[in-house]
Design a protein around this ligand. Structure first.
Ligand SMILES: Nc1nc2c(ncn2[C@@H]2O[C@H](COP(=O)(O)OP(=O)(O)OP(=O)(O)O)[C@@H](O)[C@H]2O)c(=O)[nH]1
Ligand SMILES: [Mg+2]
Length: 552
């Protein structure tokens, strides 16, 4: 993928020595090649390659595409999809560039290929970066028999458009097809392929985005069918790209890189088979060997990333354990992307987490202390938003972050109740929560953006009849006291009943009971304060030596 819309794999993010170096040359006159910028290009790869001595241009795109033909012994599904692109005059250091620099460099390249008058107007400022707004065309497929009440194909395409917009693309059209089973070679039928080809010409489309994950072979075949340098990609690549653009911390960058590599690993298949074709079969088997080498290198990088993420995970756990020493319950905000989680955290704690009308504004968890009006305390954690068809590689890569959720005392599921697809979004979030093994954690549902709902009164009265639902507007502040009370009630259900005699010289314990527990009665007696209260289990253990049964 190029320009603003690019899934740039950052091989040297962690260990520079793990750079993606390929030593394929069988001929001593051909120097080893360093692949310094591995990008998805419609799910396949475009390597910017230079010889390690910094000279020479190898296999421009055109050469490869001209030579692309049926591969002997290859399954149609597993057609070659690797392309080594021209890199004349490009220094290998480019791999060390920040993504924004790489982006703008690619934007520069693109500038030359687009009509002058059109060009300038299509450079837009996104997330503080100048990006070239590619023209995108969306394609969705609905399966016959898909009647589970989830997102309709139109709804899903609407969401894909939002994702494309977030990634910095301009959507110029879309189409969908109903199929019993997707075509194994091109996902959609040949008539649809022809229809999209016409749209590409008519609208000057540069990128075609499919709403479902495509196989590597399907991606390649579609790119070939559309021709003319049109990129093809799928929803997963788009989401990975947004995450890549949004990753602001080291932890998020690591997790995104891992997800990208895991997405790309199966797509390396047959990448090098062009070598066999170009050499007229004289070095038969070379491409095959190279795939293995490249896969091994990528696997090594994945291994290194996983180790690094594991150390981040341990760090995070230590930090959480330290937090557990303070017996304040942790409440996690979860929900569909754009539901208003960060706005709620900001409103309750005065935090300054980025909250905006874009998908996936938040990638890293932020925890802040909430002090309620009645003097109670709890910790509130904002987390990454979910989406339907969330790539499993992403969930797996973000496990370290998502552990925050599975170790909290209470999960608050924030729903944008004003959204026409609120119900479907709730189902999508529940699906991800089930994957995270959170069934034993109590949940509170928050219907947010009630100020924006068509019939707020109806929604409020519906919520009143359900003890597990609170209606709020994080924007206006409406219902926030009710929210805090409901959180307290839910937390109380998780607490244990204690009766303890707190000596006068341990006064600080008494004030902690007030902050984190629910005090029923305090009686001051000769040698201390006799307390009857609900307290968090961890704190109850601390009080064990002081526990006793009160007389009344
Ligand atoms: N009208 C209205 N808008 C809201 C409310 N709460 C949040 N918003 C808006 O909804 C948009 C998304 O809010 P965020 O807080 O960023 O949503 P989020 O759930 O954190 O989103 P991600 O980080 O992408 O998962 C922003 O434009 C907010 O101003 C609300 O109660 N009413
Ligand atoms: Mg957020």
């Amino acid at each position: 993928m190029s320009l603003c819309f690019c899934s740039i794999l950052k091989p040297s993010l962690l260990n520079r020595e793990h750079d993606f170096v390929s030593r394929w040359a069988p001929n001593p006159s051909i120097k080893p090649v360093q692949l310094f910028n591995l990008q998805t290009h419609g799910g396949c790869f475009r390597f910017k390659a230079v010889h390690t001595d910094g000279v020479g241009v190898i296999y421009p795109d055109d050469t490869v595409s001209e030579r692309t033909g049926p591969i002997a012994g290859a399954e149609p599904e597993a057609e070659a999809h690797g392309v080594i692109s021209e890199a004349a005059g490009t220094a290998p250091e480019e791999s060390q560039d920040a993504p924004s620099q790489i982006r703008s460099k690619r934007s520069e390249e693109k500038k030359g290929s687009v009509d002058e008058s059109d060009r300038e107007s299509r450079f837009k400022l996104r997330n503080g970066r100048e990006v070239f707004e590619e023209k995108a065309y969306l394609v969705g497929v609905s399966r016959k028999g898909d009647t589970d009440g989830s997102f309709s194909i139109e709804d899903s395409l609407g969401e894909l458009e939002q994702l494309a917009d977030t990634a910095g693309l301009s959507v110029v059209g879309s189409t969908c097809q109903r199929l019993a089973t997707p075509n194994s070679r091109t996902y959609i039928g040949s008539g649809k392929v022809a229809e999209i080809k016409s749209a590409i010409t008519a609208f000057g489309v540069e990128t075609v985005i499919f709403d479902d994950e495509l196989s590597p072979g399907q991606l390649r075949n579609l790119e070939k069918a559309f021709g003319g340098g049109v990129r093809v990609c799928d929803r997963t690549a788009l989401i990975l790209d947004i995450f890549n653009q949004r990753a602001a911390t080291r932890e998020a960058s690591l997790q995104v890189s891992l997800a990208q590599m895991e997405y790309q690993l199966p797509r390396l298949t047959k990448m090098w088979s062009h070598l066999e074709r170009q050499s007229g079969g004289q070095v038969k088997g070379m491409g095959e060997k190279q795939i293995e080498v490249d896969k091994r290198i990528l696997r090594d990088q994945i291994g290194a990333l996983k180790k690094e993420i594991e150390s981040v995970r341990k760090h995070r756990k230590q930090y959480r354990n330290r937090r557990f020493d303070i017996p304040i319950p942790v409440v996690s905000l979860v929900g569909y992307t754009n539901a208003g989680k960060s706005t709620l955290l900001n409103r309750l704690t005065g935090a300054d987490v980025l909250a905006e009308d874009k998908l996936f504004a938040t990638l890293d968890p932020t925890t802040r202390r909430v002090l309620t009006k009645n003097g109670k305390e709890f910790l509130l954690t904002d987390t990454v938003g979910f989406i339907q068809k969330l790539p499993t590689t992403l969930v797996a890569a973000f496990r370290a972050t998502l552990e925050e959720i599975s170790e909290s005392s209470l999960i608050v599921h924030v729903v944008d109740i004003s959204h026409p697809l609120a119900e479907q979004q709730v189902d999508a979030v529940d699906k991800v929560l089930a994957e995270l093994d959170t069934t034993s954690i109590p949940k509170l549902i928050v219907w947010n953006k009630v100020d924006n709902a068509k019939d707020p009164e109806k929604i409020k009265s519906e919520a009143e009849n359900n003890a597990d639902i609170v209606c709020i507007s994080a924007l206006t502040g409406e219902g926030l006291d009710d929210f805090c009370n409901s959180v307290q009630e839910k937390l109380k259900d998780m607490m244990v009943w204690v009766e303890a005699l707190i000596p006068f010289d341990k006064g600080e314990l008494l004030s902690t009971i007030h902050h984190v527990g629910m005090v029923e009665k305090i009686e001051y007696v000769e040698n201390g304060a006799l307390v009857r209260a609900h307290v968090p289990l961890r704190f109850a253990r601390l009080l064990t030596p002081m526990r006793q049964t009160c007389a009344s």
